[in-house]
Design a protein around this ligand. Sequence first.
Ligand code: MG
Length: 280
Amino acid sequence: MSDIEGKPCILCCAITGSLPRKADNLAVPISIAEQVESSLAAVEAGASIIHAHVRNEDETPSSDPDKFARLKEELRRHCPDVVIQFSTGGRSGADQERGGMLSLRPDMASLSVGSNNFPNRVYENPPALVDWLASEMRTYGVTPEVEAFDLSHILQAITMHKAGFLYGLLYIQFVMGVKNAMPADKTVFDFYVQQMHERAPNAEWCAAGIGAQQIVVNEWAIAAGGHTRAGLEDNVRLDKNTKAPSNAALIARAAALCEVYERPVATPQQTREILGLCEA
Ligand code: MG
């Protein structure tokens, strides 16, 4: 435990996502102004990475680079050192539209390296698209956060990183609890962590749980020396009967667990150091 106690824990806030709507929880930030306000409160609560999607006014997902540009500019203005991570996830657009904002040079971007099932569809990440997104990230100096919905995605990311295809330090997020993909299973989680230690000892990892599994996976990750993600993209509730009042409330819950496990919450500066990112 001694190498885990005292290790700063990076908290990422997934503020909006593609799916949750105001009808699910009024606190889901949709407009750029709402996203910035929600992000600032989350940073106050301990978040050092903001994972962002953008939306149209009717709440449908967007991949408009102009919206991403405005969000980046506003976040930088209000929160100069926070790590900005854009989503290249597949619900916001088709094919190369998904990477149209990478030329804005966010600090990080999510990257899926394989396909799997989602609740109502196939999450398609064909090799040619994965390679193109990874090459755009190399071109623009964007560190990927690999979203691993399956064990094969972890091994593929390690292979790609060893071959020099992924920019920067290898950072893999285990996503657990998406319906029809990998459930939040502790035995699998422990195996994931073991694989990271054995196959990519210099990498960092984090984990996210969906819905009621968010707080469960937060605790597993914090206890095991990883980093973790919370926020309304993945979960709109504090418990079965209570909607989360804000993104900040979900981050605060994870920050409280860090205290239990004697792990300081990483500042944006520490997060940049741990993940080898440039100054903002
Ligand atoms: Mg996302």
